[in-house]
Structures are given as C-alpha cells and as structure tokens.
Design a protein around this ligand. Structure first.
Ligand code: NAG
Length: 177
C-alpha cells in the first residue's frame, strides 16, 4: 500500500512535470557597449530550456533605472500585449511589484542570479545561471498555457541628470505547454 502511494505520488508529479514545460526561442538582444559587454543565450539541455547571461557592467547604475517589460500572448495570429508597464528598480524591488506576473517572474529569476534585482548596480560581473521556470513550481499554474513574446528594455537616468541612456533590450518567445 505504501509503495502504491509512493508510486502514485511519483506519477502525479512526473505528469505535472511533463505538463508544464517552457520553451524559449529566438532570443535577440542589444547591449549599450558603454554600459554592458557580454552575452545572453538560450540553452537546451535534456529538453529543458533555459536562459543564461554572462555580462560585465562597466558603469555604476543608480538614480533611476527604468525597466519596461512587455508580455504579449498569441491570440489568433498575432501577439497581443497583456502586460506593458514601466518599473523603476531603484525605487521598487521587482519581487514586490504590484503586478502579480512581474512579482512571480522576478521571484523565480532571483533563484538564478548572482546579484540583487534592486538598483544600485555596481560595476562588475553579472551572471544569470540557466534561468528556467521550474516545472515543479506550483506557481506555474499561474501562467496559462500558450505562446508568449517577451521584450524588455532598460534605461538609466543618472542621479540629477535628465538624460535617459538605453542600457539594454532583449526579446524572446516563450511557449508554455
Ligand atoms: C523564430 O525564428 C524563426 C527563423 O527566423 C522563424 O521561422 C520563427 O517563426 C520564429 N519563431 C517565432 C515564435 O516567431
């Protein structure tokens, strides 16, 4: 009986693992060489898709750091923005953002990064180590299955300055099935 329950528990969770898979594709990015040098890429290993980043930040970022994530969902033939907002990570910790999807994605992302998500960011080496959505995460149910496009642009406004410098932008597709 005990063995059966263990088997059942295992079956449930491996089913769930197959159930919630994310595939990342078509990663493109653009780094402002005055601020950042490095690479961002999608990796596939044993069917698990992840995003990695290996970058050097050349300038200190403080003051205001505007991040504009746009999440679009494929409806019919086109991708329709479902979240399009602007976040100053010098003022708001993204893991505490008002928007629940931003909060969820940031909390997940935090497990894979070597740095704090909140600004200021000191010059140095920044690594995102194979970011993926862990299949066992109950919060995965929070993201409806489907095809998504994600884009993100970040701009730095140095303290006391009016200029807004683009630091980086990236774009990729994420299919949840
Ligand atoms: C990704 O790029 C390939 C090659 O350019 C293209 O055929 C495909 O449609 C793109 N995927 C998405 C989801 O747009």
């Amino acid at each position: 009986m005990k063995g059966f329950i263990i088997l059942l528990a295992f079956a449930c969770c491996s089913l769930q693992m197959i159930d919630a898979t994310v595939r990342f594709s078509n990663m493109t990015y653009d780094l402002n060489p005055e601020y950042v040098k490095g690479t961002i890429n999608v990796k596939v290993e044993n069917g698990v898709y992840s995003i990695g980043m290996n970058c050097d930040l050349l300038k200190k970022i403080d003051g205001n750091f505007w991040v504009t994530p746009v999440f679009s969902k494929k409806l019919g033939k086109s991708y329709v923005p479902i979240i399009d907002l602007k976040l100053d990570t010098c003022k708001t910790d993204p893991t505490l953002a008002e928007n629940p999807l931003i909060r969820f994605v940031s909390t997940e992302a935090k497990k894979f990064v070597s740095f704090g998500l909140m600004c200021p960011y000191e010059p140095g080496h920044y690594v995102v180590n194979d970011f993926t959505f862990e299949k066992s995460n109950a919060l995965m149910n929070f993201i409806p299955k489907g095809n998504y496009h994600v884009s993100l642009t970040s701009r730095h406004q140095p303290p006391g300055s009016k200029e807004l410098n683009k630091v980086m932008s990236l774009s990729f597709y994420a299919d949840f099935e």
